[in-house]
Design a binder for this molecule. Structure first.
Ligand code: 2HG
Ligand code: ZN
Length: 484
């Protein structure tokens, strides 16, 4: 089938509204969030439901036309961007945006792939439940992409990654068949666990169109603090103290560097640091502190009302202040203050983007080795490129650090980005020495397939290739992603 004939056939399925071909309309779908890759596409297909989507995939399979599934287009590794060759069709999930059901007794939510994570959280909250998955991109990221990439985020320390929240899936397979696995059972040992195959497959094995997710009761008490600490070692020691106190209460334990917080204060209008200069008591008015060395954001939460979380937070922090483990701390007194503290953390990516070119390393090491990792990786990168600015932050409680490096202030951004492999390889050497992973939560996408043979070669990569071949023998699902 010629390209025009295929598009005509697709238009007959999805209607004119479901097919964008004008470059002005498709442009936003052809570039990744980081603006590292500029692709081309003949069309963006926007089916209205699973049946339409399955028919589109069937037509594409018959024509051997490559498909790039795309949700909110927030990938950090260009996992949803078509390549520059101009033949890959973008398949947008945005119109599959219904919450099909929420069951507060089963504590489940059946939801379509195009619902944004934020809308999904709001729907769960409406039923007095919490969808315990939170990422910086949640306003745009969609459930399908979140699952296809096995997103992690801020609550992994307590509830696990996206994969741990999935009870069932509906998937359109690469030949256009629909697999309805929307079961909401807590126990179901009936052969291979197919849903976990699609979670984290980054659209290379099929298209997730709906899911059953686990919910938990909505927290009734939440306590948040921002703490200034002198070192990554102090941050880890503080985490250990909270864990020893009550591991079940830790909802998030996030790490930031002073340089990263400085970028947020510089580039994000309205962002403020709620800490006084070290030594000044919180109650005493005085100049706000300049960004110090490192910060920790700790959030405690429980569904139990009046559980005394605030008192517990104070108790641990007061002791830590006495022991000079924490230099200064601010506890949120209101929802607005809580949001302001979280903003310092959640705007890191945006602020780093505005500061200039940056190379990201979404890596993990055993939690106990995070401080050593930060020190060694910083030294190695500074030796590689004088003036490079390490701004590590992330999910300390999971050992997942975004070891991001900002260009030297006077460097040409394009020159800096051209060094990305040398920089990433330098960081990865340290990651490997500490038994870590070169991709913790962002996946492989288009950015990291070249790393796969070195890290996952042999039987592991060979098995992945056989799975890909079995499910997608024509190789039309998100080509060029994940597998080298
Ligand atoms: C986060 O934790 C995201 O905010 C993005 O995973 C990290 O920008 C990044 O590198
Ligand atoms: Zn993250």
């Amino acid at each position: 089938m010629s390209g025009t004939k295929l598009l005509d056939a697709i238009r007959a399925v999805v209607g004119a509204r479901g097919l964008l071909t004008d470059p002005a309309d498709t442009a936003a779908y052809t570039q990744d969030w980081r603006r590292l890759y500029q692709g081309r596409t003949p069309a963006v297909i926007r089916p209205a439901d699973t049946a339409e989507l399955a028919e589109v995939v069937r037509l594409c399979a018959a024509a051997r036309a490559p498909i790039v599934p795309q949700g909110g287009n927030t990938s950090m590794v260009a996992g949803a961007t078509p390549d520059a060759d101009g033949s890959q069709l973008v398949l947008s999930l945005a119109r599959l945006n219904r919450v099909r059901a929420i069951d507060p007794v089963d504590l489940t939510m059946t939801i379509e792939a195009g619902v944004t994570l934020k809308a999904a959280q709001a729907a769960a909250a409406g039923e007095n439940c919490l969808l315990p998955l939170s990422i910086s991109a949640e306003g745009s990221a969609q459930i399908g992409g979140v699952l296809a990439t096995n997103a992690g985020g801020n609550n992994t320390v307590r509830y696990g990654n996206a994969r741990d929240l999935v009870l069932g899936l509906e998937v359109v397979l690469p030949d256009g068949q629909i697999w309805n696995g929307l079961r909401r059972l807590r126990k179901d040992n009936t052969g291979y666990c197919l849903r976990q195959l699609f979670v984290g497959s980054e659209g290379t094995l099929g298209v997730i169109t709906a899911a059953v997710l686990k919910l938990v009761p909505r927290p009734r008490e939440v306590a948040v603090a921002l703490c200034a600490v002198a070192s990554p070692e102090a941050a880890l020691a503080l985490f250990t103290r909270f864990q020893a106190h009550d591991p079940a209460a830790i909802q998030a334990f996030e790490f930031m560097s002073g340089i990263g917080v400085g970028f947020v204060l510089k580039h994000i209008p309205g962002a403020t640091l709620p800490l006084r200069q070290p030594g000044l008591p919180l109650s005493q008015p005085g100049p706000l502190a300049q960004p110090g060395a490192y910060y920790v954001l700790v959030e405690l939460a429980t569904p139990r009302p009046n559980a005394g979380l605030r008192a517990m937070l104070e108790e641990v922090l007061e002791q830590a202040l006495t022991d000079a483990l924490v230099l200064d701390a601010a506890i949120a007194e209101s929802e607005a203050q809580r949001a302001a503290i979280w903003r310092l953390r959640e705007e890191h990516s945006e602020a780093q983007k505005r500061e200039g070119a940056s190379v990201k390393n979404d890596v993990s090491v055993p939690v106990s080795r995070v401080p050593e990792f930060i020190r060694r990786a910083t030294a190695a990168c500074e030796a590689l490129m004088p003036g490079i600015r390490a701004a590590p932050f992330g999910h300390l409680g999971d050992g997942n650090i975004h070891f991001n490096l900002e260009q030297p202030t006077d460097a040409d951004p394009a020159w800096f980005l051209a060094q990305d492999h040398a920089i990433m390889d330098t960081v990865n050497k340290v990651v490997r020495a500490l038994d870590g992973s070169f991709s913790a939560e962002h996946g492989i996408g288009r950015l990291k397939p070249y790393m796969m043979p070195d890290w996952r070669g042999g039987a592991e990569l060979a098995t992945m290739r056989r799975i890909k071949q079995a499910l997608d023998p024509l190789g039309i699902m998100n080509p060029g992603k994940v597998l080298p």
